[in-house]
Design a protein around this ligand. Sequence first.
Ligand SMILES: Nc1nc2c(ncn2[C@@H]2O[C@H](COP(=O)(O)OP(=O)(O)OP(=O)(O)O)[C@@H](O)[C@H]2O)c(=O)[nH]1
Ligand SMILES: [Mg+2]
Length: 419
Amino acid sequence: MFLDIATIFVKAGNGGDGIVSFHTEKYVAQGGPDGGDGGNGGDVCFVVDKSASTLMDFKFAKHFRAENGENGGAKNCKGKSGKTLYIKVPKGTVIKEKSSGNVLADMFYDDSEFLLQKGGLGGKGNARFATAQRKAPRFSQRGEKTQEIELTLELKTIADVGLVGFPNVGKSTILSVVSSAKPKIANYHFTTLTPNLGVVRYYDSDFVVADIPGLIEGASEGAGLGHNFLRHIERVRIIVHVVDISGVEGRDPYEDYITINNELESYSAKLASLPQIIVANKCDLITDEKAIKEFEEKCSSKVIRISAISNDGIKEMLDAISKSLKDLPPQQPMETVVFDENRNDSTSYIVTVDEDGIYEVHGGLINMLIRNVVLDDYESFRYFQKTLKDRGVIKALVNSGCKEGDTVRIGDIEFDFVE
Ligand SMILES: Nc1nc2c(ncn2[C@@H]2O[C@H](COP(=O)(O)OP(=O)(O)OP(=O)(O)O)[C@@H](O)[C@H]2O)c(=O)[nH]1
Ligand SMILES: [Mg+2]
């Protein structure tokens, strides 16, 4: 099975909570605070798996979570940090944020690595809050929670040359004679069902050739295997357009050539504007020289005559490919957008009312408060109340219609509103 597009959900680990604890020891009265910090959550990082060539692994496994940090312990013990989760993808995988469609990373090189999300920070234990005035703090900080992110993975093969043409024209046969790849070859349409790659070493040039399933008229509307596989030649530098010049299947080679170009055009203007080398295959079957001459005259650029079966013309074809590759700029990874999770936002908030008439406040300010406030600690609770007032949350609640006695929810706590 082959899969070249997948949706997955990933989440870095939450930070562990800092804890409240006091030193206890025989004969030592009133030991000081010794609650340790929570560990950081594990990061989520993408790496290239050189041996993979499909996203099949993501068909069923869709949820990826890095380990959470452990909570702190007594005696100033720091909680263990979560391990980084490495997600392996084939080279050429483009990682997009599903909601915005932004390209976050292009796993373009063998050693591409992409740190998508840092784990949540561990909370501080009560030992960290001790001061000269506050010798026995009875509060600690919670670990930072991370958000799940929905991503689209798209495999866009990286190759220099793309073989394009109708089914059965001999694309796979060409790949098999120019490289050590062993694609399936047979005398029927749609022998090739998934892209094949081959490395060509020709004198001082090395290049990668991609052979994709055959296209037919209407591929852009889904006819045949459709044109989805063109995704795998989006990044090539040249297209080798293969036609069956023998006409053994009863089609006119020039009409084939025009049809395929129209299909490329309807997929993307960029693909249609790539340099093309036109290759007339199956010349060994030609009995009428006139037909091939006619084809050559109609085509806008030079046609290379070959026979993949007898090897005639292969050298000329490779010369032409390596010569044009030399003149073309190297391929570049896609442009990416920096992923912004708004994790550092500790000021924004919004008020919403749910169907039960409960007023809810959410946003960065609330996340910060939830982390830092221990409601059963008097001092900490005072700080919570004061912050809500100072930052205008109380006013915003009133403005949204909240009255004395209405229920307000902030994080996991609910209380009756008192102005
Ligand atoms: N006579 C002759 N037959 C050829 C030549 N090249 C390929 N063939 C034959 O054409 C048939 C199709 O070849 P493939 O290489 O499978 O064609 P393809 O374009 O990859 O076909 P799809 O994968 O179905 O799109 C096979 O029977 C090949 O042996 C050639 O130069 N001369
Ligand atoms: Mg094939």
